[in-house]
Design a protein around this ligand. Structure first.
Ligand code: HEC
Ligand code: HEC
Length: 446
């Protein structure tokens, strides 16, 4: 289910929040990590294990028929105003689902505002586009069709064209037996399902993670240690897909406000979504503006290209200086995340079982250490308040979008506590606008 259906941009105006700095003594609040001290490298490796199933939302479950229809639509040029462009024009599988261009030409040949991103592993994503303005893949996939800059096709016209094609009518009926119609919603669901199957295939790195010590060269393995250690790349490029799904200003020059414009929050200016790094050797050039031509240029940026400004991410390593050997190792490691041969999509799809519901804790205080709400679900009574304590090293932005209750804390700096009153009953999703993987469910009972 698309967890938050409202568009952030529209709801951003209703800021009701107030941030209070309480200067709490935070040390005691931290949950103690009670795990026995295992081998540090083994623990590090465990954080990068590739799942063998793909998550699909409960309101758009996987089926082979949906996938097949989505694949057909992804390559359908009749969805564009010129009749010459499809999703695959800009998202080419052999190029990491990007297109090798700094910025692609759109509908009328003019360059788009931003660089075409890769589409690997988006099933695990939270918000979409470089600035996260789409809250689900279903919402995202329709945007390029209607966008005047991209495919420039009114969706009504597109549906009418497709409906005249018997093969499509049959394919929609097979994919949506409950509601066999060529409709906007079904088109969104089919395209989103296909995009969710873009799970990057395993590489030598995965064999190394699984315990085959010879799967990486000594340099590549050392490069992983630089990546996760000295260079702190894994502060943001974390997990098997190498992204925290959060928004960071990494100091690229330019005037694009990125996430800051969507949230209307200066603390998120110049922040863009951390791209995953799977198959990254195939998708040059890099960054939201396509400004860096090679992985060497990317590493140079992190060492000496960072523009100093207030919105720079606190997760960014300042004054990074690598030796020539370390630099070579880091780049060798980055390349080991790509397959030697052009990567294929998985032949058969294993949908992930639906997540187990967490039991709601009876508490009013929630912490935010290490980009996580703790606990993740609380239950309180109508009229009571919740206190969200920023005991993290990062700036957060606590939000609720709900017809019954809107909340925007603004920038919540480390050490500050946000107070939210819940005058109505219901189940509310609280999340961070900057690190949207952080989610807290608040059950408000009578
Ligand atoms: C003319 C080139 C072009 C075409 C055609 C195009 N895209 Fe894109 N796509 C882009 C660009 C550029 C972005 C980034 C825009 C931004 O972030 O502001 C993007 C972003 C995306 C994203 C978000 C990725 C992420 O990490 O959040 C998805 C998913 C996507 N496109 C899917 C599609 C689908 C599905 C179609 C066909 C219906 C399509 N695109 C057609 C250029 C294109
Ligand atoms: C503070 C979080 C953060 C840290 C630390 C970080 N990155 Fe990034 N990385 C990002 C973000 C955000 C982007 C996209 C920025 C943009 O386009 O404006 C990015 C982009 C990239 C890209 C381009 C990917 C693409 O598809 O365009 C590569 C490669 C990369 N980073 C590698 C690294 C390496 C190597 C390190 C360590 C030296 C590192 N990153 C450290 C957040 C981070």
């Amino acid at each position: 289910m698309p967890r938050r259906s409202l568009i952030l941009q529209l709801a951003a105006a209703f800021g009701l929040g107030a941030v209070t700095a309480l200067g709490l003594a935070l040390g005691g609040v931290l949950p103690a990590d009670a795990k026995p001290p295992a081998d540090a490298l083994a623990r590090l490796k465990a954080r990068f294990v590739k799942p063998d199933t793909i998550p699909f939302p409960s309101n758009n479950a996987y089926s082979a028929e949906k996938r097949a229809l989505g694949e057909k639509l992804f390559h359908e040029t009749r969805l564009s105003g010129t009749g010459a462009m499809s999703c695959a024009t800009c998202h080419q599988q052999a190029l990491g689902f990007a297109d090798g261009k700094v910025r692609s030409p759109g509908h009328d040949g003019a360059r788009l505002q931003r660089h075409t991103p890769t589409l690997w592993n988006l099933a695990w994503g939270v918000d979409y586009f470089w600035d996260g303005r789409a809250r689900s893949l279903e919402e995202q996939v329709i945007a390029p069709i209607e966008s005047r800059d991209e495919m420039a096709m009114p969706i009504g016209t597109a549906l009418a064209t497709i409906e005249k094609d018997d093969a499509y009518v049959k394919a929609f009926a097979a994919a949506f037996p409950e509601e066999p119609r060529v409709s906007r919603e079904n088109l969104q669901k089919a395209l989103a399902t296909y995009v969710r199957t873009f799970a990057s295939p395993p590489t030598r790195f995965d064999r190394w993670i699984a315990g085959d010590a010879n799967a990486l060269t000594a340099d590549e393995a050392a490069g992983f240690q630089v990546f996760a250690g000295k260079a702190k790349c894994a502060n943001c490029h974390s997990g098997f897909a190498f992204t925290d799904e959060a928004f960071h200003d990494i100091g690229l020059p330019g005037r694009d406000r990125g996430r800051g414009a969507v949230l209307r929050l200066a603390a998120a200016d110049h922040a863009f979504k951390t791209p995953g790094l799977r198959e990254v050797a195939r998708s040059a050039p890099y960054m939201h503006d396509g400004s860096l031509a090679s992985l060497e240029d990317v590493v140079n940026h992190y060492e000496s290209g960072i523009v100093k400004r207030k919105s720079l991410s606190r997760d960014l390593q300042r004054g990074l200086k690598l030796t020539p050997v370390e630099r070579g190792q880091l780049i060798a490691f980055l390349k080991s995340l790509s397959n030697e041969d052009a990567p294929n999509l998985p032949a058969s799809i294993q949908p992930a079982p639906s997540a187990v519901e967490v039991v709601a804790a009876r508490t009013h205080t929630v912490t935010q250490d290490d980009k996580q709400f703790q606990p993740g679900r609380i239950s309180i009574r109508k009229g009571e308040r919740a206190w969200i304590v920023n005991n993290d090293t990062r700036t957060h932005n606590v939000r609720i979008f709900d017809p019954k209750l809107n909340f925007d804390s603004g920038a919540q700096e480390p050490g500050e506590t946000v107070q939210i009153a819940f005058p109505v009953t219901g189940s509310f999703l609280v999340f961070c606008g900057i690190h949207p993987k952080m989610e807290l469910r608040v059950e408000v009972e009578p």
